[in-house]
Design a protein. Structure first.
Lengths: 263, 137
């Protein structure tokens, strides 16, 4: 066993830190002691469960199990992103398709080029990063497009009235949406190592890999997150555009109001 | 509803190949000075903006103009300027269908009037023969 990784006894000892947090909350009367304790127990239980399932998948199901795991992650990502965009037509299938497209293209390229190994223990964690990057970009695109259609409907309809086809009438809004949705991915790529401490690299260094090897992984991760965000955003934007206009190039009314607007 | 930052760009939304001369001509057709093609849209009054919109619609060479309450957001002087422009277009041969809640306006500029009440057609004919227009203000 790698001496850099804590033993179970070590994990038990780290509970002292939770006790410390609870003590601070209690002493300062923050009414958070209970919540902190529950959160700590929950984190422990969740991670033990995930660890056990991963062990099962790695040992017994191989790549097929990994693909299944990825599919479940994509479905969850689609749900989470779609929920942000209540009011947009067909938000759930669009968000799911966008997360799937971003993940499949990015991960597929890495596997096809032999950049990462076709093993469950590689595909699952790397896939997880890709899915979450794709999810973030998808959610941003959907939210922005919904707000854009709400606020800019008169401008879009004015362009349609001048005879522009739906795609042209919507183009300025689509472009500004895509620009905004890609900002987080671009900025985190720019500042990697300066502000953000990359997880993959940290993990490898903790596991005993030397830093110059660890950064190779991190570089691939950053590039793949950029691609996942870009592809997911583009897919989400194009599919949403199609859902927003009917065959006669009319801008559809948005469906149910989102939670914030109802209040 | 102006769509861009410059008058000329706005005129080109539906007609990207519109040249400067034709743009100036369109502005004159809606009663605006030709020199306005160089202006930014930011400083336009409500009436000027609405007439730029009319010119923008004319740029695509429509056979019919559909105007839905074109003066509802304008002050009386601007509204009159738009009315005069619409009337001039009609005189020049343009077919215009204009929706209005303003009876005096309909009296002033319409040739034929259709009166709709709760989604039903209740009267139609030449403007000077529609009793509904004579009643109200």
């Amino acid at each position: 066993m790698n001496p850099a990784v804590p033993t179970w006894a070590g994990v038990a000892a780290s509970v002292a830190l939770v006790v410390l947090s609870v003590a601070v909350a209690w002493q300062q009367r923050l009414h958070l002691a209970r919540e902190i304790a529950i959160a700590a127990v929950r984190a422990g239980a969740q991670l033990v469960a995930v660890g056990a399932i991963l062990l099962l998948v790695f040992r017994h199901t191989g790549l097929a199990g990994a693909s299944g795991w990825l599919a479940v992650m994509v479905l969850i990502a689609g749900r989470v992103a779609a929920r942000r965009a209540a009011g947009l037509p067909r938000a759930l299938p669009i968000a799911t398709a966008a997360a799937a497209a971003g993940t499949a293209a990015t991960l597929g390229t890495l596997l096809a080029l032999g950049v990462i190994a076709t093993q469950a223990r590689v595909v699952i964690p790397v896939g997880g990063m890709v899915v979450s990057g794709a999810m973030q970009a998808t959610a941003l695109v959907l939210v922005r497009l919904r707000d854009e259609v709400r606020s800019a409907r008169p401008a879009i309809e004015a362009r349609l009235a001048l005879g522009l086809p739906a795609a042209d009438a919507f183009a300025p809004h689509l472009r500004s949406t895509l620009r905004t949705a890609l900002i987080p991915a671009i900025d985190s790529t720019k500042t990697v190592g300066l502000i953000s401490l990359p997880g993959a690299m940290t993990g490898l260094i903790l596991a005993g890999v030397d830093p110059l090897t660890a950064i190779r992984y991190q570089i691939v991760v950053m590039y793949m997150l950029l691609a996942a965000a870009a592809l997911a955003a583009l897919t989400a934007a194009r599919l949403t555009e199609r859902a927003l206009f009917d065959d006669a190039h009319r801008l559809r009314p948005l469906t149910a109001q989102p939670q914030e607007a109802r209040r | 509803m102006l769509l861009t930052d410059h008058v000329l760009d706005d005129l080109r939304v539906g007609r990207p190949d519109l040249d400067d001369d034709r743009a100036a001509e369109l502005l004159e057709r809606v009663g605006l000075p030709a020199a306005m093609i160089t202006r930014s849209t930011a400083g336009l009054s409500g009436g000027e903006a609405q007439r730029v919109c009319l010119a923008r619609a004319l740029a695509v060479g429509p056979e019919v103009l559909l105007l839905d309450e074109p003066t509802s957001a304008l002050d009386p002087a601007s509204a009159r300027a738009v009315e005069v422009t619409v009337r001039d277009l009609v005189t020049a041969g343009m077919a215009v269908v204009l929706v209005s809640h303003n009876r005096p306006q309909a009296r002033r500029i319409a040739d034929r009037v259709l009166v709709l009440s709760e989604g039903r057609l209740v009267a139609s004919g030449p403007a000077d023969q529609i009793a509904y227009l004579k009643e109200g203000v």
